[in-house]
Write a protein that binds this ligand. Structure first.
Ligand code: 6CM
Length: 258
């Protein structure tokens, strides 16, 4: 309780400094741009193995083990209509709506607000039998990437959310869980499709958003490979389907946020 109250006071008093002045900033900047490049690479070349497909959604993984632990990199692509990249990224990043779509979490605490676009989260995940419960402490950064060559056919805009494990002085470190190590990126691009005539209003029917989701999660401690792979195979498609449906429905009746 005391811990929570201290945290609350700290959050209330937290100055909204630009992230650029924070010691984590060089890492955030570097990883975000690296992850953007990584997400934009295709899945051709034979290293990626398709493991789930439904409509426009395709999920690939690369089987990889480190010190006997499954760390399979995952890459998913999807296309959805009716919501913008900004709307998708905002809902993926915002702590206010996380429980509406992420069914893998049991608890979520905002440990720190570094700036208006960067938050440090502590999340307790649901236990996967027969392994110990996992938690994750990570920074989460959202940004808009300006178009480099604004030309025909190029995306109207691009947004990225990047999540990366970190450390924090307010980490309660109660040792009840095994800490996972994660690198996640969620990249979206809006296309105006079908295109509109000059002067014509863009409606939600003209919005097509292409999504790429990449993750590498090290479970941090013992977990049988077969159990982990089975959970991922079931949970990742469930997550992306549920998330995109949720944002679509939530935005339907609202003005378009570019
Ligand atoms: O990317 C996702 N969610 C973000 C916001 O919560 C964030 C979280 C990443 C968590 C990475 C997985 C940790 C492993 C925990 C064990 C799995 C629990 C599944 C239990 C279900 C009964 O980047 C979406 C994450 C979707 C995970 C499947």
């Amino acid at each position: 309780e005391e811990f929570r109250e201290r945290l609350r006071q700290k959050q209330l008093a937290a100055p909204r400094k630009p992230a650029a002045t924070h010691p984590l900033w060089p890492q955030i900047e570097k990883l975000t741009m690296e992850q953007l490049g990584y997400a934009q690479q295709g899945v051709e070349g034979g290293v990626w193995q398709l493991f789930a497909e439904e409509g426009e959604m395709k999920m690939y993984r690369r089987e990889l083990e480190e010190d006997g632990l499954v760390v399979d990199p995952l890459k998913a692509v999807h296309q959805v209509r009716g919501a913008t990249a900004h709307e998708m990224a905002h809902h993926f990043w915002s702590p206010d709506v996380r429980f509406e779509w992420d069914t893998s979490i049991e608890q979520m605490t905002v440990l720190d607000r570094i700036s208006s676009d960067t938050i440090i989260f502590l999340q307790l995940h649901k236990r996967v039998w027969p392994t110990a419960q996992r938690d994750a402490l990570f920074w989460s950064h959202v940004r808009k990437i300006p178009p480099s060559h604004p030309a025909n056919g190029e995306a109207y805009d691009t947004w990225i959310v990047c999540n990366q494990s970190t450390e924090h002085p307010d980490d309660p470190k109660d040792g009840k869980c095994v800490r996972v190590d994660l690198t996640v990126c969620f990249v979206c691009q809006t296309f105006i499709d079908p295109p509109v005539q000059e002067g014509e209003e863009i409606t939600r029917d003209n919005l097509l958003t292409k999504i790429t989701y990449c993750s590498v999660v090290n479970p941090g401690g013992w977990a049988p490979a077969s159990v982990l792979r089975a959970v991922y195979k079931r949970e990742y498609p469930k997550f992306l389907k549920r998330f995109t449906q949720y944002v679509g429905e939530k935005c339907e009746s609202q003005p378009i946020a570019f």
